[in-house]
Design a protein around this ligand. Structure first.
Ligand SMILES: [Zn+2]
Length: 469
């Protein structure tokens, strides 16, 4: 009996020594102190700017499956290595390859004048110039309600305008016409579809973007007009004269394409097996240089992870940065990541994606286990010095690429960027470095470094969360 007790107290001592060796979570004061240090360093660190500048100017457009995309993958691998991530690897992603060769449109009645136009992702080509009278619909619902056969030989035009909002929700309200319009126009017998660009600028170039990849049926050739040209067409239609347009789109699917998710990882100081996942998407549309969408997210997450890894003592959990392939044309990289890592989803301590440009972060949302609320309050306290408020009203979305992981139960956080100007340039030729403010970028890095440090240091289980869709 005595012997047993001795043995069991010895085991207890060994266990507590081992526990002492295992780094515990930092105490509140240390957490605050280290977060403040990270924020100070981030606010004078231009590494994120150097990364986005390099990606935008040396690689530029990198549409999924293109030569630019292949160069971007190698760029990302090299940058992870240069930032001394402990492990860097690539994971294969494949998808239907869509190419844009050329595109043009012009008014031929009531006047002759070229129009600024760009094909929507996924659009078939027109097979040479096509010509048709324009029929105006204020929104997608009006096109859905069109009289049968009324669009035979005609070009449908949806003029709905996107509203500018700080939280970017105006996009969600306006994007339906791009996602579903080409299929609805086909069902209604139209020759082609033109939409007003899903963008908030008044004078800029047209905005592209993907049509639905989920919807059954064959879409008609579909393109977006610049906002200024959409105004012009609307004015002519309001005048009552027939408006006739020619449209010539050389684009379409061409077999399968491939790319890579590029992943860099820092080890934690503990043996927890867990890691915090932060990400962004590496691909962009082909019209600009993708400095904003999503070069900024790439730069912010890489720079923030590096900053945390440079602390004198690393947090307990590891940090994984995933740069996703082909988000733009159907979240193929996100789906491939979820498929490859499904069995280890429980090791994902927290996931978050930066994919709303480069505007300052003004609020954050979470989707965590209910009993993690005190820990989330701690995060709110750490982010407050950066003028970031906790929006406890709405749960976090987690980003398009991480939505599959969220559905498996991985807790997510959204650091909400100010999206007021994001949709002026989004998916257009105006998405260049000129639209990125270095000071805003630094504030983003400060917030992301804080989030990563908080989650990677925590011994509170932030998940699993209830399955959602
Ligand atoms: Zn994006």
């Amino acid at each position: 009996m005595v012997r047993y007790c001795l043995k069991s107290s010895f085991a207890l001592v060994v266990a507590s020594v081992l526990a002492a060796c295992e780094p515990g979570p930092p105490q509140h004061g240390e957490l605050t102190h280290t977060a403040a240090r990270l924020q100070r360093e981030a606010l004078r660190d231009d590494r994120a700017w150097e990364l986005v500048e390099s990606l935008a100017t040396e690689i530029g457009p990198r549409m999924a499956g293109s030569e630019g995309d292949r160069r971007a993958v190698e760029w990302a691998r090299q940058r992870f290595l240069a930032l001394q991530f402990d492990r860097v690897w690539l994971e294969h992603v494949s998808f239907p390859l869509w190419r844009r060769q050329s595109e043009s449109a012009a008014l031929v009645s009531p006047v002759n004048q070229p129009l600024a136009v760009t094909a929507l992702g996924g659009s078939p080509g027109t097979g040479g110039p096509i010509r048709g009278e324009v029929v105006h619909f204020p929104d997608l619902a009006a096109l859905e309600a069109a009289a049968p056969d009324s669009l035979e030989g005609k070009i449908a035009f949806i003029s709905q305008r996107m509203q500018r909002t700080r939280d970017g929700l105006g996009y969600m309200a306006a994007v339906d016409k791009r996602s579903h319009g080409p299929f609805v126009a086909a069902e209604q017998g139209a020759l082609a579809l033109l939409i007003r660009s899903v963008g908030t600028d008044a004078e800029g170039p047209p905005h592209t973007g993907q049509m639905s990849t989920q919807r059954a049926g064959e879409p008609v050739p579909a393109a977006a007009l610049s906002n200024a040209d959409a105004d012009r067409v609307e004015e002519m239609l309001a005048g009552g004269l027939p408006v006739v347009i020619t449209l010539d789109l050389d684009c379409g699917f061409d077999g399968m394409g491939e790319s890579r998710n590029v992943i860099g990882e820092f080890d934690g100081s503990g043996d927890t097996g867990g890691f915090v996942v932060v990400g962004a998407h590496l691909d962009s549309w082909d019209l600009g240089t993708g400095a904003v969408d999503d070069g900024s997210g790439v730069a912010i997450t890489m720079a923030a992870a590096r900053l945390v890894a440079e602390l004198p003592e690393r947090p307990r959990h590891g940090i994984r940065v995933v740069l996703f392939a082909n988000e733009e044309q159907g979240v193929y990289g996100g789906k491939a990541y979820a498929a490859a890592h499904r069995s280890e989803w429980g090791r994902h301590v927290l996931a978050a994606e930066s994919d709303l440009g480069a505007g300052r972060i003004w609020s954050f949302r979470t989707r965590t286990a209910a009993d993690a609320q005190p820990a989330v309050q701690q995060l709110a306290d750490l982010l407050a010095p950066l003028d970031i408020a906790w929006d406890a009203e709405r749960p976090a979305f987690g980003g398009a690429d991480l939505s599959q992981m969220r559905r498996l139960g991985v807790p997510v956080v959204d650091l909400q960027q100010d999206a007021s100007r994001y949709f002026d340039v989004h998916h257009s030729a105006s998405d260049t470095l000129a639209a990125v403010d270095p000071a805003d970028l630094r504030q983003n890095v400060a917030a992301w470094a804080t989030l990563i440090y908080w989650a990677a240091s925590s011994d509170v289980a932030l998940g699993p969360i209830a399955p959602t869709h």
